[in-house]
Design a protein around this ligand. Structure first.
Ligand code: G3H
Ligand code: ZN
Length: 290
């Protein structure tokens, strides 16, 4: 059943658990995420990041995500992740996406507010939910090279400030806010050190569902602490995709003697491994595990 971000996060926000949001760049990953959510009878968020346009154009993958969400036995939100171009977000809204994220985190505060406001005004009449970002989650989405500037910045320069977050939420009318408190996109090179007090202060100031980006590589106990402090949506991609990659690697090693290995076999091996990985992640975020 297709639902909005507001609908899928409402109960989780009130009860302090979290909904997993997984980037799905192909049919194998869409199926893996929905199968995992259905097996656990949990709501879930399928998301498409603008950075993945080259490997999965929105116009092609979007209708598949929507169709699979409508047919699912659990509530599924279909969300546009890290949209930096407003036209791209409008395309997703017109297609039927029930939620979009405008990512103006690289802009200065006033420009981020102004652009986010354009998105919330366009989304409201369509009943589409809006997430925005304030602060700097380390490394860009998609696992690119870190911005050299990050090395020189102190946490205070990068992390979301509670007072500014409250002003941003009031000025933009967003439904959920992505915040920076020590997570990074992609593979962690050192164990993440998360500022849980900051999450709690922002939740108190903003009173909206807060979003953790860069979920891959965060330990299970840290997830639980972050959720207890106020995270309601966890964005997760890299380690799910790597679980599929590792399964294919193992499959090829185990079948090295065969000359007839088919791609559809490898895709199925990857799908099954990603389903298991997503089940574990949702199992950490869901109400009964906290
Ligand atoms: O927006 C998507 C993410 O923040 C995913 O981050 O690939 O590090 O899990 P990740
Ligand atoms: Zn992200």
């Amino acid at each position: 059943m297709l639902v909005t971000l507001n609908e899928v996060l409402k109960e989780a926000y009130e009860q302090k658990w979290a909904v997993g949001a997984f980037n799905t760049v192909n049919l194998s990953s869409i199926r893996a995420v929905i199968d995992a959510a259905e097996a656990l009878k949990q709501p879930v968020i399928l998301q498409h990041a603008q950075i993945h346009e080259a490997i999965a154009p929105l116009a092609v993958i979007g209708p598949v995500m929507l169709e699979m969400a409508k047919k699912a036995e659990v509530p599924v939100c279909v969300h546009l992740d890290h949209g930096e171009d407003i036209d791209y977000l409008l395309q997703a809204m017109e297609m039927g996406f029930t939620s979009v994220m405008y990512d103006g985190s690289k802009l200065d505060y006033d420009e981020n507010v102004a652009n986010t406001r354009v998105v919330t005004e366009a989304a409201a009449p369509l009943g589409v939910s809006v997430e925005a970002e304030l602060g700097r989650v380390l490394r860009p989405e998609g696992g690119g090279e870190p911005d050299p500037q990050e090395e020189t910045l102190a946490p205070e320069d990068m992390y979301t400030r509670p007072d500014e977050a409250a002003a941003f939420a009031a000025a933009t009318g967003v439904d959920a806010l992505a915040i920076a408190f020590g997570t990074a996109h992609g593979v962690y090179t050192a164990e993440p050190k998360l500022d849980f007090d900051r999450i709690a202060q922002i939740r108190q100031a903003v009173k909206l569902p807060l979003v953790m980006h860069g979920g891959s590589g965060v330990g299970d106990e840290d997830f639980k602490k972050a959720i207890a402090a106020g995270i309601t949506k966890v964005n997760y991609f890299t380690y799910m995709s790597m679980a599929g990659g590792q399964a294919v690697r193992d499959f090829i090693s185990a079948n090295a003697h065969r000359e007839d290995i088919r791609f559809d076999e490898m895709a199925e091996v990857a799908r099954a491994a990603m389903e298991d990985h997503v089940k574990h992640a949702i199992g950490i975020f869901m109400k009964s595990s906290l």
